[in-house]
Design a binder for this molecule. Structure first.
Ligand code: AMP
Ligand code: ZN
Length: 140
């Protein structure tokens, strides 16, 4: 897509530190890493949302992302990784070409997800939410 920075990276029109490429996906270093070695895996085809990426490509993104995660775990100071994907502005998506973050992690890296917990009031409230999601889920 014209004016999409990640389409331009995948096409080689904008420089990036390439980690991996095949016919479906492209992986490169994030320019502002949480830790050095932070990688982004993108579909070569432009998709704003992960939800429209064809299943074979989305599967390749996850496969390549987790294999890159294993490579990161072999590096000095890292023994773990996070996969992260922000879909939509409210979720923190800034670049509107879907991308999977692969973030190397180490016990002393001083990075903490700001992960909160909002408990359900009771079992009925929890089941009402589960029921609503099931009713809105269309996988075809
Ligand atoms: P998100 O907030 O999930 O949309 O993440 C977008 C990511 O893209 C951020 O972590 C940025 O640092 C990264 N980014 C933006 N422009 C570039 C670029 N030209 N090369 C590499 N990474 C980039
Ligand atoms: Zn794009």
């Amino acid at each position: 897509m014209a004016d999409c920075i990640f389409c331009k990276i995948a096409a080689g029109e904008i420089p990036a530190a390439k980690i991996y490429e095949d016919e479906l996906v492209f992986a490169f270093l994030d320019i502002a890493p949480i830790n050095p070695g932070h990688v982004l895996v993108i579909p070569k085809e432009h998709h704003e949302s992960a939800s429209t990426i064809p299943e074979v490509t989305a599967g390749r993104m996850f496969h390549v992302g987790s294999r890159i995660g294993i490579a990161l775990k072999r590096m000095e100071n890292f023994d773990a990784y996070n996969l992260h994907l922000a879909d939509g502005t409210a979720a923190g998506q800034v670049v509107m070409h879907a991308h999977l973050h692969v973030i190397p992690r180490g016990v002393n890296d001083q990075f903490h997800w700001n992960w909160r917990q909002v408990p359900y009031g009771d079992d009925a409230a929890r089941e009402a939410v589960a029921s609503e999601i099931r009713s809105k889920l269309h996988l075809d």
